[in-house]
Design a protein around this ligand. Structure first.
Ligand code: ATP
Length: 847
């Protein structure tokens, strides 16, 4: 420990000095990945194998002098590229906005005022304050330290905390583990220690998410299938005497039409926009993969204090060693309040109770702040539980400041989550020393610290814990000479203090809502098993006779974890084992955390959830940051994740069924007397109208009403699983049957059957887009973008046979209004069938 203060730099820089430094030195950030240039983006789109195939086809049609086909092919290439690039740009913008929201912050002093600013705005010579859980924002020279330790793993790979005293340097990217410090910035940005290694790190873009990788695989498989089937179409055509070149162009068009080339764009955009919607609901995803993983979360492991409880602590009961039991009343953290004795009569604090209250006031690092203009109530400063003990001392008639001045602290062992106790040594006003130890009853009331606690004291502690209270035991001793706090023995018990923290009113509803969605809520706490069980019971996740896991009973294993919902006496380090054990049992785990030691578990969890009010290091380790510290928001994010996945499946069902129908029509047509059912330009036109804008619009469908009343999907399940592939094939077959039926009928009537097939195919696909849309929720609007996209596409499809230049371009023939109406009526059949089947089934075509 060392505490040194130089007089320099206590007021920090002025705002002007900081601003001019920022202008000169630039932001305190390592080089961001270079932004992709428009040309690169376009080139990326054009190098897609399908597009390359189309360009090759355009070259061939040009050489052959077939200009209408060249025009249609180029139109498809241009429209696809525009849609692809614009979606990529939108997705990147959404992701950049999220990065901004969770950008690291730093505590600085400017113009003698303490401020929290984005770490990127820290400049050289800034005065920075550091607290546990902070990520050091720049290289600093320390000039004041107090029990200060940092974890330098980010630089050295060695994660044993090291002490740093005044005069030493600490480096950007390292993490404050304990203590406090202040220092002056000596290097920022890429000149800092992190900058030197991070220029390597920062230039790598995040890779594709697991879903994107799986979909890319699916895209390849579909591409190969389409190539194989198109080759068959080609062979049939050539065998039927059609020109080879014409059939080759037809086959290429068919491949292009059958493969949903907008799939990657649709997925990226759906994920990025979903992430933005989540952020709007106060859950900020820090990585895109979180958005998709959230949809398959099966278990939420939550902290207790502040997450499920209100984090408003108050001493409710106190028991002195002489056996006096008192109920403590008062509002919030106010030191005013009163005491009731066992007979529920108002009572003044007897000497033994005052002694107990003084002990917990002295062995305590918190204070309470009196009401002011900003906060109309007394506020805790420091650990809320310790602040509650300060308020309790006030309610027992003590003046906290006067007592602390009269009994100055000379040595201490800070609270340690391993030993679950804290010890302080004070000089007594009458000479000599007082040692106070407070902590978990089984840690304090144990030999050799306390030799023989009064019989019944542990039982009493257990009884209070079983009503959901956090119980602290207190022991004291007097010495003539200052003792070494490590070596104190034979303390005398002073009593028990029970602290309550009310469950958030909505917590049981959150637990029930998770249950409804097939998600286990699990409680993880450092508290006593009896307290944990009582809270579990109030939450409705634990019932009398259920087991629980106790962290102090040995290592946590997958077997030991079983299906238990309550974990007590858990240390932050054990959370990592818990996540691993739960994952081993097949769970997709979302885990909350906010402390320094929670970071590894947050990283290991499928979804690490940090509280906005927690430490910087937890926020940076997490996948999801809850701005409002409210667990219900995780539910909202899960619902959003499920919605996005549903929409991707919706798009697949729609796009693949359309592609399947096109291939089936081309394959079966020749056997029904329709030699080449559709011309290449017609196939590409249908592809253009259906895949592009309506496909993207499907990604914005709202959630189904039942989204959170069904179990999570299995992460192992294929994207086409749970009946989707069957649905695609059936829908495709139905659409093909309708198209062929219409064409054969038209042929029999001597009408332009090819144009009939073309119109029915296009309108039929648009009908399916409407059929797979989400069931509207009462009171919620529809996704109007889809309606508009479908309407415009339908009009363009009709224009293709009505407008002469388009007829020339696409090789279609005129159809009368009555004929078009009949085509439209017939084209609704596949969509109606999909909707009816969904009604009879599970309510939605995709879920
Ligand atoms: P939570 O479920 O509230 O998030 P936690 O896991 O953070 O709990 P800890 O703060 O580690 O739990 O507390 C574990 C135990 O240590 C408590 O039950 C209490 O008995 C004891 N304890 C906690 N804070 C202090 C303190 N400041 N001084 C002494 N003992 C403490």
């Amino acid at each position: 420990m060392a505490t040194t203060t130089t007089s320099a730099a206590v007021a920090g820089l002025t705002a002007q000095q900081a601003a001019s430094r920022l202008r000169i030195d630039g932001p305190n950030a390592v080089a961001a990945p270079p932004r992709r240039h428009l040309v690169t983006r376009v080139a990326h789109q054009l190098t897609d194998p399908l597009v390359a195939l189309l360009v090759a086809a355009a070259v061939v049609t040009t050489v052959l002098g077939d200009l209408p086909d060249t025009a249609v092919i180029l139109l498809v290439v241009v429209v696809n590229t525009v849609i692809g690039v614009s979606q990529e740009v939108r997705a990147d913008a959404a992701i950049a906005a999220l990065d901004q929201m969770t950008a690291p912050t730093a505590r600085v002093v400017r113009d003698a005022r303490h401020l929290v600013i984005p770490a990127a705005e820290v400049v050289q010579d800034d005065l920075v304050h550091l607290e546990p859980g902070d990520v050091v924002p720049a290289d600093l020279r320390l000039h004041e330290t107090h029990r200060f330790q940092v974890d330098e793993a980010a630089l050295t790979g060695e994660s044993v905390p090291v002490a740093r005293d005044a005069g030493a340097d600490v480096y950007a990217g390292t993490v404050v583990v304990t203590g406090r410090a202040a220092g002056t910035v000596v290097r920022t940005g890429s000149a800092s220690a992190l900058g030197r290694i991070a220029t390597l790190v920062a230039t790598t873009r995040p890779g594709p998410t697991p879903l994107q990788r799986r979909l890319a695989g699916l895209g390849r498989a579909l591409g190969l299938t389409a190539v194989a089937l198109s080759t068959v179409v080609f062979a049939i055509g050539v065998a039927g005497g059609r020109p080879v070149i014409e059939m080759a162009i037809t086959a290429v068009s068919l491949v292009v039409a059958a493969v949903p080339e907008s799939l990657p764009a649709v997925v990226t955009l759906a994920l990025a926009l979903g992430a933005r919607r989540m952020a709007g609901a106060r859950a900020i995803p820090r990585r895109l993969h979180a958005v998709e993983t959230l949809g398959s979360v099966t278990l939420v492991a939550s902290d207790k204090t502040g997450t499920l409880t209100e984090g408003r602590m108050a001493v409710q009961r106190a028991i002195t060693v002489q056996g006096g039991t008192y109920r403590v009343n008062g509002s919030g953290y106010s030191p005013a309040g009163d005491l009731l004795d066992e007979a529920e009569q108002p009572s003044a604090a007897p000497a033994a109770l005052r002694e107990l209250a003084r002990a917990v006031l002295l062995c305590n690092d918190a204070t309470i702040a009196s009401p002011d203009a900003e906060h109309p109530q007394w506020m805790p400063v420091g650990d809320p539980m310790e602040a509650a003990l300060v308020a309790f001392a006030g309610r027992c008639g003590l003046d906290p400041d006067a007592e602390r001045t009269a009994w100055p602290r000379v040595a201490e062992l800070p609270f340690d989550q391993q030993t679950r106790r804290m010890t302080t040594v004070h000089r007594r006003p009458d000479g000599g020393y007082l040692v106070v130890c407070k902590g978990a009853p089984e840690s304090v009331l144990t030999a050799p610290l306390v030799d023989s606690p009064p019989s019944g004291m542990l039982a009493e502690a257990h009884r209070m814990a079983a009503s959901g209270l956090r119980v602290l035991a207190v022991a004291t001793a007097r010495y003539d000479a200052a003792p070494d706090p490590w070596a104190v023995r034979d303390l005398r018990p002073a009593g028990l203090v029970a602290v309550g923290d009310p469950l958030r009113a909505q917590a049981p509803h959150i637990a029930a809502a998770f249950d409804d969605a097939g998600i286990h809520l699990v409680l993880i706490t450092g508290d006593h098993p009896a307290t944990a069980a009582a809270i579990g019971e109030q939450l409705g996740i634990w019932h009398d006779g259920d087991g629980l896991v106790q962290g102090d009973e040995g290592a946590v294993t997958a077997n030991g974890v079983g299906d238990q919902r309550v974990f007590a006496r858990i240390q932050p380090e054990q959370k990592l084992d818990i996540v691993a054990a739960l994952q081993e049992r097949g769970h997709v785990v979302a885990m909350t955390g906010d402390g320094v030691n929670d970071a590894p578990a947050l990283r290991r969890a499928d979804i690490g959830v940090a509280m906005g009010g927690g430490t910087e290091v937890a926020r940076q380790a997490a996948d999801l940051v809850l701005v409002d510290d409210n667990l219900a928001t995780v539910g909202t994010a899960v619902a959003e994740g499920r919605r996005i996945y549903d929409n991707i499946r919706r798009f697949l069902r729609y796009a693949l069924a359309g592609g399947a129908a096109e291939i089936l029509v081309m394959l079966a047509g020749p056997f029904l007397g329709l030699p080449v059912p559709l011309l290449p330009a017609q196939i590409l036109w249908v592809n253009l109208l259906t895949h592009g804008v309506p496909g993207v619009a499907l990604g914005a469908e709202p959630a189904e009403p039942g989204t959170m009343h069904r179990p999570p999907r299995s992460p192992q399940e294929s994207v086409l699983g749970a009946g989707l592939l069957r649905g695609v094939l059936l829908t495709g077959a139905l659409l093909a049957a309708v198209v062929l039926g219409a064409a054969v009928t038209a042929d029999a009537l001597g009408r332009p059957w090819q144009s009939v097939a073309f119109v029915v195919l296009g309108l039929g696909q648009l009908g399916i887009a409407l059929a797979v849309r989400a069931t509207p929720r009462p009171g919620r609007g529809r996704n109007h973008a889809l309606t508009v996209a479908v309407a415009v596409s339908a009009l363009l499809q009709l224009a293709a046979v009505l407008v002469p230049p388009l007829r020339d371009l696409l090789g279609t023939e005129y159809l009368s209004a009555a004929e078009l109406a009949t085509c439209a009526a017939v084209a609704t059949l596949p969509g109606l069938a999909v909707r009816l089947a969904a009604r009879k089934g599970r309510g939605t075509p995709n879920a």
